[in-house]
Design a protein around this ligand. Structure first.
Ligand code: GDP
Ligand code: IMO
Ligand code: MG
Length: 435
């Protein structure tokens, strides 16, 4: 019986998961999303074109591969249908390459309105949610009120929908916020929802836990694609400034129905620096010209919301924590090219916590508790985007990689030096793909 590999983000999301899943896909039979929903924006670039995926797994551009949307994912039929249309226009046969779990939960229009009301009620302490209805949908799931893909095929669909919608509208009133929505807007949202539901009903809906376990038994190779990042995990992220799902490796077990003993490699992906979008603590944030330079060079603007991403230096205590929680077996470093213009780089190796130097992530990483302690290392100060092999690496880049590997005690098997598929350098036989 084969094992399932997992690729997931180790920081606050947007590490480059979409790009790397696309690069790895030719070596797999199934690519499976296990959590999150359209709050994700996964970017792929090849043959001069950029593609952004939200709910559809990043293996969709490869003909021979099945893309599975697992039970742990929350699906907005409106966004899902839009994604399918967009891909069809690019001649991608989505329906023929994708299966969806009967147990995945559905985002209703009123989940999005609830997200809006909840954020508005929080004022300056808002989460900075993508407002896609993720939190309210997962709340209905754990509160045992939710609607699932299986319900779309049920005779009772309409009455279940109306009952849940009614409950949501009452909850929205309870927030006491004026003008959360207009009835015209809700009617428009619902029309799009019903159209999306019709699209969803036409797709291949499966009992995905059986599907995936059978596939492993048949010797198929499976890669689980994470969304968001470990520091946004509902249990281990910087709570409450997190998303509402388990983004870590354990989420692949519950989000797909795979036993822990059936997990193979855990591939942790990180940027050579850090970014965060939305609110919440960010110890190494650079709210200055250096951060702005990273943002411009790295084109750090959200793939889903277009918001500017906050930028800062690499944070090793946070990365070490994410590696521990996930049991990372190999690392992939992204966007090294973005740091090319700096003579010197800083890396956070420790925090000062209550006046004491620590190298782990404490309960609260707000600025009043932790201050980053940096070492300065030489920058490579040259363009990396044309590099073809590790033998071409400037010495300072090799040193940067060795420094991180020794701090985390995990090998970096792949280095990405640009957004295109081809700008990917394999460093090791363990990288799951040949150099
Ligand atoms: P994801 O959510 O983890 O899939 O990441 P996003 O797609 O939201 O954000 C990553 C961004 O960085 C996208 O715009 C990618 O095209 C881009 N990207 C990925 N890898 C690299 C890289 O190595 N260098 C540069 N310059 N850009 C990259
Ligand atoms: P990918 O998969 C970066 C952030 C939001 C907000 C918090 C909660 O592209 O890496 P939510 O909409 O889930 O209620 O928002 O989480 N967030 C992300 N940040 N990348 C993502 O996904 C994100 N998905 C959610 O900005 O701070
Ligand atoms: Mg993203």
């Amino acid at each position: 019986m084969n094992k399932t590999d997992i690729l997931l983000g180790l920081q606050w999301g947007d590490e480059g998961k979409g790009k790397l899943v696309d690069v790895l896909t030719p070596h797999y039979d199934i690519i499976a999303r296990f959590q999150g929903g359209p709050n994700a924006g996964h970017t792929l670039e090849f043959e001069g074109t950029k593609h952004v995926l939200h709910t559809i797994p990043s293996g969709i551009f490869h003909e021979h591969v099945t893309n599975l949307v697992g039970n742990g994912v929350v699906i907005d039929p409106v966004i899902f249908a839009k994604e399918i249309v967009g891909l069809k226009e690019k001649n991608v046969d989505v329906a023929g390459r994708m299966v969806i779990s009967r147990k995945a939960h559905i985002i209703l229009p009123t989940h999005r309105l609830l997200d809006r009301a909840s954020e508005a009620s929080k004022g300056t302490s808002k989460i900075g949610s993508t407002l896609k209805g993720i939190g309210p949908c997962y709340m209905d799931k754990t509160g045992r009120n939710g609607m699932r893909v299986g319900d779309l095929l049920d005779q009772q669909f309409e009455s279940k929908y109306q009952a849940l919608k009614g409950k949501h509208l009452q909850l929205i009133q309870g927030f006491g916020i004026a003008d959360v929505y207009t009835s015209e807007e809700l009617a428009e949202m619902e029309a799009a929802f019903y159209a999306g539901v019709d699209v969803l009903r036409q797709l291949t809906i499966v009992d995905s836990e059986h599907y995936i376990n059978r596939a492993m038994k048949d010797g198929k190779k499976i890669l689980a694609e994470g969304a968001q990042g470990s520091l946004l995990d509902i249990d281990f992220g910087s709570y409450p400034f997190v998303t509402s799902s388990n983004t870590i490796a354990a989420g692949a077990c519950t989000g797909l129905g795979i036993a822990p003993s059936r997990i193979g490699e855990v591939i942790g992906i990180f940027k050579a620096y850090c970014t965060r979008v939305g609110s919440g603590p960010f110890p190494t944030e650079l709210d200055n010209a250096i951060g702005e330079q990273m943002r411009q060079t790295g084109r750090e603007f959200g793939s889903t919301t277009g918001r500017a991403r906050r930028c800062g230096w690499l944070d090793l205590p946070a990365l070490r924590y994410a590696c521990m929680i996930n049991g990372v077996t190999q690392l992939i470093m992204m966007k090294a090219d973005v740091l090319s213009d700096f003579d010197e780089l800083q890396v956070c190796t420790h925090y000062l916590f209550n006046g004491e130097k620590i190298d782990y992530l404490p309960y609260d990483i707000a600025p009043e508790y932790v201050q980053p302690v940096y070492v300065t290392v030489p920058g490579w100060n040259c363009d990396l985007t044309q590099l073809q092999a590790e033998s071409d690496f400037p010495t300072a880049l090799s040193q940067y990689i060795a420094f991180i590997e020794s701090a985390l005690e995990i090998p970096i098997t792949v280095v990405s030096v640009g957004p295109d598929r081809k700008q990917t350098i394999i460093r090791s036989d363990r990288a799951l793909i040949p150099a």
